[in-house]
Design a protein around this ligand. Structure first.
Ligand SMILES: [Zn+2]
Ligand SMILES: [Zn+2]
Length: 350
C-alpha cells in the first residue's frame, strides 16, 4: 500500500490546506478505512474557520463512510472490503458515564476530526469497536449521514420519543432538522410542522412527509403553530437552528407539559424575555438538552439509524446539496463562511 495520501489538514483556524501526509499507522484493534464519502457537520464550519481543532495540525471530518482497507491483528470482527460508517467519539471507558454506556457524555473522550485525525482524507484510522456495518441498501453517501440521523434520533429519545398522534414542530431544516422531521413521521406523529426561512429547504421537507411548512420570513411562526394545533401549541418542539428567534419560538409554541428539545448550538448569549422564560414554569415545560448520539451495546442508535435508512423510512439523499472533490474543500469552507453559498449537506470525496 502507498505510504502517502491526500488530506485536508487544519493548521490554524481558517488555515485548511489540502496536502500530502502519511497514511495513518494502525494498532492491533484498529482498522484503516478508505474514505468514500465525508459530510460537513454544522459544527465543522465553526471548527475550521473560527475555533480550530483541539490540536494542530488536525484533519477534520467526523461524518463519513468507506471501505475497510486494512485490519489490525485483533480487529477480526471485520474484514478488508467491508462497507462501514463509524461513531466518531472514542470513549475513555473508565468514567461514570462510559460505565453506564452513555458514551456521548464521556468525561475524557477522543474525537475523530477534532482531537484525532478525521475523514477529510483518503484514509482514516478507526478503533474497530466504533464501526457500524452498512446494509447493502445504504450507499456511501447515505452512510456518511448516519451521524446526523443519530443526533436527531438521540434528541427525540432524550425526550422519551414521539407518541403516535402527537404534534411535532421542528425549527430549522438543516440536515439534523430534516432528519428529525423524518423520525417524527416514522414514529407516527399526527402532525409534523417544519420551520425555516429558506423556501428550497422547506420544499424538500414537504417531499419528505412534513405536513405543514412555515416560512418564518413570510409568516408569524407562533400564530401559525397555534392555528395548526387548535390554539394549544405543539406536544413536542425541536430546536435545531440555534438562532435567538427559534430559541424563543421553541418555548412560545409549546403546549402545557410539552417537551422542548434543544439540539442547535447557539454561538452567542441567549437572552430570553420574561414573557418567554415564564412559559417554562407556567406551562410546566420539559426542556431537554441533547448532544451527539448513543453508541453502546445496550442502546445503539447507529444500528437503528442504518436499519431505518435501509428500509427507506429515513431518506438521507435529498439532504445533499453539493458534491465536492476533496481538493476543493478549503475554498468551499471559505465560501460557506463568507455566506456566498446556500447549502445543506455537502459530501466531500477523495
Ligand atoms: Zn457532526
Ligand atoms: Zn468516559
Amino acid at each position: 500500500m502507498e505510504e502517502k495520501m491526500m488530506a485536508a489538514v487544519l493548521h490554524a483556524p481558517g488555515d485548511l490546506r489540502c496536502e500530502e501526509v502519511e497514511v495513518p499507522k494502525i494498532g492491533p484493534n484498529d482498522v484503516l478505512l478508505k474514505v468514500k464519502a465525508a459530510g460537513n457537520c454544522g459544527s465543522d464550519l465553526q471548527r475550521i474557520m473560527v475555533e480550530g481543532t483541539h490540536v494542530f495540525p488536525c484533519i477534520p471530518g467526523h461524518e463519513f463512510s468507506g471501505e475497510i482497507a486494512k485490519i489490525g491483528e485483533k480487529a477480526t470482527s471485520f474484514k478488508v472490503g467491508d462497507r462501514v460508517t463509524a461513531y466518531p467519539l472514542i470513549p475513555c471507558m473508565r468514567c461514570e458515564w462510559c460505565l453506564q454506556g452513555q458514551y456521548n457524555l464521556c468525561e475524557d473522550y477522543d474525537y475523530l476530526g477534532s482531537r484525532s485525525h478525521g475523514a477529510f482524507a483518503e484514509y482514516v484510522k478507526i478503533p474497530v469497536v466504533n464501526l457500524v456495518r452498512l446494509p447493502k441498501e445504504v450507499d456511501f453517501d447515505e452512510g456518511a449521514m448516519t451521524d446526523p440521523a443519530c443526533v436527531a434520533l438521540h434528541g427525540i429519545k432524550r425526550a422519551g420519543g414521539i407518541r403516535p398522534g402527537q404534534s411535532v414542530v421542528i425549527l430549522g431544516t438543516g440536515p439534523i432538522g430534516m432528519l428529525a422531521c423524518q423520525w417524527a413521521v416514522a414514529m407516527g406523529a399526527g402532525k409534523v410542522v417544519a420551520v425555516d426561512i429558506i423556501e428550497d429547504k422547506l420544499k424538500i421537507a414537504r417531499e419528505l412527509g412534513v405536513d405543514v411548512c412555515i416560512n418564518a420570513e413570510k409568516e408569524d411562526v407562533v400564530e401559525k403553530v397555534m392555528e395548526e394545533t387548535k390554539g394549544k401549541g405543539a406536544d413536542v418542539v425541536m430546536e435545531t437552528a440555534g438562532s435567538t428567534a427559534t430559541q424563543r419560538q421553541s418555548l412560545l409554541i409549546a403546549r402545557k407539559r410539552a417537551k422542548v428539545i434543544l439540539i442547535g448550538r447557539s454561538y452567542s448569549d441567549v437572552l430570553l424575555p420574561d414573557e418567554v422564560f415564564t412559559r417554562i414554569f407556567r406551562r410546566e415545560l420539559e426542556v431537554y438538552g441533547a448532544v451527539n448520539s448513543n453508541f453502546s451495546p445496550l442502546d445503539n442508535e447507529w444500528k437503528i439509524s442504518v436499519q431505518f435508512m435501509a428500509a427507506r423510512a429515513i431518506k438521507a439523499k435529498p439532504l445533499i446539496s453539493h458534491r465536492v472533490k476533496l481538493e476543493d474543500i478549503a475554498e468551499t469552507f471559505k465560501k460557506m463562511y463568507e455566506g456566498k453559498m446556500i447549502y445543506n449537506k455537502i459530501i466531500f470525496s477523495p
